[in-house]
Ligand binder design. Structure first.
Ligand SMILES: *[C@@H]1O[C@H](CO)[C@@H](O)[C@H](O)[C@H]1NC(C)=O
Ligand SMILES: *[C@@H]1O[C@H](CO)[C@@H](O)[C@H](O)[C@H]1NC(C)=O
Ligand SMILES: *[C@@H]1O[C@H](CO)[C@@H](O)[C@H](O)[C@H]1NC(C)=O
Length: 765
């Protein structure tokens, strides 16, 4: 168990740096070898004092490697004696607030510790180790939990800290296997971690389009051996060179007997004679650089934890900070632990459907979509509808996964599918070709836009677009792209009154690194872009190791939208992120430079300032560079980097692959429904606004919003939504950069209750 905590000082809620936060590891209960992702950079290192840090070293008695706070199995804490010693350490340091990060075991331990607190202090007083006064000064202990687990196996939170990074590691390996397998026909059996929880296996199977998947929550029915082999055979016949089987460490059959990766391998070799390899992904899944998502998540949850501790009183029950959509929320600790145990109980009792349900809506939805995609086939009966798919705007990672699942599901629904090259312009020029099942093989892992994309809008080509729609008898349009994709569909929608051909269902899947499309919290490609920008910044910082103090000014893309700069800033622990939405003036710049100079004089060697490309027309990147260079003279030097197109990313991140796959499925389900609904007298006709939509994620809910409705909430001049949800991450960026920030701007997490019902009604995305 790792503990970060701060001494009880009179809480000054106005400022986090005033409240003198120190992070302490006192003892370790359980081996969790993941590093403290985001904290490492943003939170702990900047606040830890070497003196308190050594407390942890003496606890483990050895060097801690990559983990800052250190976490190791510490049996001591499971005994009353150990907890007495821990209480003594805490009281001596004046600590009465603990933030515990770990799995359900650690959190349970922490709760026991809290409930025993007064008796532990009594014992210390009786033994004469502390005085009565000291005991009274520390008479109650506040506890807040954070869930660190790569398995994402904790009820109540959408994601646990570490799970996304583990997915990154797994996808890197799958990508490497896919590349080497191009030249050989091979079957890979991949064993991923997850003794009780199939999350990692499930999500990697979805992201890689695996042929077969074993998870503990849903063991295969009797006779799976035959079904698996025939699935592999049929995929070979369809022309696939590579079969992937993913197996969670804890996979079992219907009788609860473990299914091992070697058993599966031997089966494939014996029955089919395929060249088969087993890869067991052991601890690599826990190592490596944390992903952007995990860094932002842990910063978000960490800040919320501290605020929850500050607001805690003897009557508040211990809570755990979880993620709900994109927000941090406070949940009752013990109820969450209980819920988590219910999943295991359901599995033990072989109530597998219930186990999948108890994992939450998102898990269930992933599982349903995986099954849907794995089992679908081109339809035998034609629907006589045709769907055209195009990409619009700059390439973004995830566009291809969305196109892949949309093409396959549309074919499974019996539609004809047309690919349009080069966006609206291609539609005008009739650059249309028919897609088949295999046209999209292997598309999930590929970056960029395989359909070809252009930025042009349809307005000036409307006549020719209408001609193409008529010529190919196109009955629905799916546009995957950025702001122009949305603006284009709006133009097509508004032209419906002139052209009957445009009275067909149309939908936008937002895909842009700028994340500036109205109607969604996240667009495809944004996660990959933040990861790419973060890796860029990490490298830039490393490049200067061994040199003297240096500040980097890094320019990010994003148009007028500051999402990329802000998120990257949190992920890399930037000292400032200048964006258009949060206008800067000369006083802000002055404060930033002075603040950085102060930090540099003390213990910091590297500074990093991000600047969004369009943040200010006169305070250019060059100007900021010169300003920092002049003002830093004698303290630090300053260098500029423009990240440029590397932000469009290479391979899509696991999040973008899955998000794309799921949106592609959802959009075709919607299109098919709209087509049948609006088919009359031998043709499709609809002029209602709710058949021209943007498909997006709103917190946890995936929704279709009519473009006509979004028009009112769009800032067309700056090409972004008028209100942006991520804007309230900005105060956090300042807090983490150690500015004197006011909590007035901080929006605390809501208090949620966990019930079975709340888990099952969550829309599940
Ligand atoms: C598609 O068209 C063919 C030929 O006109 C017809 O036989 C078939 O029933 C149609 N399919 C559907 C689903 O309407
Ligand atoms: C930048 O400078 C120009 C004059 O060169 C001025 O008109 C404009 O308002 C300035 N822009 C901003 C955002 O202050
Ligand atoms: C055009 O598509 C409609 C369905 O929207 C279908 O009923 C019709 O038969 C198609 N016409 C031709 C000429 O293919």
């Amino acid at each position: 168990m790792c503990i970060l905590s701060f001494p009880t000082v009179p809480c000054q809620l106005s400022s986090i740096s005033n409240s003198y936060i120190e992070f302490v590891c006192l003892f370790c209960l359980k081996f969790i070898s993941f590093s403290f992702y985001g904290f490492q950079r943003n939170f702990i290192i900047s606040s830890i004092s070497s003196d308190l840090f050594s407390l942890c070293l003496s606890c483990t008695g050895k060097s801690l490697g990559g983990t800052v706070i250190g976490s190791a199995r510490c049996k001591v804490f499971t005994t009353r004696e150990g907890r007495v010693a821990a209480a003594y350490n805490l009281v001596k340091k004046g600590i009465t607030n603990l933030c515990v990060c770990g799995g359900d075991g650690s959190l349970t331990g922490a709760n026991i510790f809290r409930s025993e607190w007064s008796s532990l202090l009594e014992e210390l007083v009786q033994k004469g180790r502390i005085t009565d006064t000291l005991a009274q000064q520390h008479d109650h202990l506040n506890i807040v939990g954070l869930v660190g687990s790569i398995d994402n196996d904790f009820c109540g939170t959408d994601m646990t800290i570490g799970a996304d990074s583990a997915l990154h590691r797994i996808m890197e390996i799958i990508d490497a296997i896919m590349t080497t397998a191009q030249s050989h026909q091979r079957t890979f059996v991949l064993e991923v971690m997850g003794r009780h929880c199939g999350y990692l296996a499930l999500v990697s199977a979805l992201a890689s389009g695996a042929d077969w998947l074993f998870i503990p929550e849903s063991p295969p029915k009797e006779g799976w051996e035959d079904r698996m082999c025939s699935r592999l055979e049929s995929s070979r016949i369809k022309g696939s060179r590579l079969n992937i089987i993913i197996i969670a460490e804890g996979a079992i059959d219907i009788n609860g007997k473990p299914i091992s990766s070697t058993y599966v391998k031997d089966l494939v070799v014996d029955r089919l004679g395929y060249d088969t390899r087993v890869t067991v992904l052991g601890h690599v899944q826990r190592g490596g650089t944390p992903s952007a998502f995990d860094r932002i998540l842990s910063s978000k949850l960490g800040v919320e934890a501290v605020v929850a501790l500050m607001e805690g009183s003897p009557d508040t029950p211990a809570c755990v900070i979880g993620l709900s959509g994109n927000q941090a929320v406070r949940l009752p600790l013990m109820e969450c632990v209980e819920m988590t145990k219910l999943v295991q109980n359901a599995m033990n009792e072989k109530k597998f459907d219930e186990a999948v349900k108890l994992r939450g809506g998102s898990f269930e939805n992933n599982w349903n979509i995986y099954k849907l995609l794995a089992f679908q086939k081109p339809a035998q009966v034609q629907s006589n509808f045709s769907v055209a798919i195009l990409n619009v705007g700059a390439p973004a990672a995830g566009m291809n996964s969305a196109a892949r699942s949309a093409v396959r599901l549309a074919l499974a629904h019996g539609h004809k599918v047309f690919a349009v090259n080069d966006g609206y312009q291609g539609l005008a020029n009739g650059a249309v070709s028919e897609m088949e099942w295999h046209s999209v093989a292997g598309w999930t892992g590929q970056g960029g836009s395989l359909l070809g994309t252009k930025r042009t809008l349809p307005k000036k080509d409307m006549e020719k677009i209408v001609e193409t729609i008529a010529k190919f008898n196109i009955s629905a349009l799916l546009v995957i792209g950025g702001f122009e994709a949305y603006e284009g569909v709006l133009q097509l929608f508004e032209a419906r009154s002139h052209y009957n051909e445009l009275c067909i269902p149309m939908c936008v899947i937002p895909a842009t690194i700028s994340n500036n499309v109205p109607g969604t919290d996240f667009s495809l490609g944004a996660d990959t872009a933040v990861n790419a920008a973060m890796e860029g910044c990490d490298k830039i910082k490393q490049s200067a190791s061994g040199t003297k103090r240096r500040v980097f000014v890094v320019e990010t893309m994003g148009g007028f939208c500051g999402y990329l700069a802000t998120s990257t800033g949190i992920a890399v622990g930037a000292d400032a992120a200048y964006i258009f939405e949060d206008p800067i003036n000369i006083n802000d710049l002055k404060t930033n430079v002075e603040h950085l100079a102060e930090k540099m004089k003390k213990d910091v060697q590297r500074g990093l300032v991000l600047r969004n490309e369009k943040c200010h027309e006169n305070y250019t990147t060059d100007f900021i560079h010169k300003l920092y260079s002049s003002e830093g003279k004698g303290i630090f030097d300053c260098r500029v980097n423009v990240l440029g197109h590397l932000q469009q990313g290479g391979e899509p991140s696991p999040f973008d692959r899955n998000f794309g796959t799921k949106l592609g499925v959802r959009v075709i389900q919607w299109i098919s429904e709209r087509l049948t609904e609006n088919f009359r007298q031998g043709r499709v006709f609809t002029n209602s606004p709710d058949t021209a939509c943007v498909l997006g994620l709103h917190r946890k809910v995936i929704k279709f919003t009519p473009v006509a409705e979004l028009k009112a909430v769009t800032d067309f001049e700056h090409r972004m939504p008028k209100v942006q949800w991520w804007y309230n991450l900005r105060p956090m960026l300042k807090m983490l950069a150690k500015y004197q920030t006011s909590f007035c701007e901080y929006v605390p997490g809501e208090i949620e209750h966990v019930t079975r019902r709340s888990l099952s009604i969550d829309s599940g995305f």
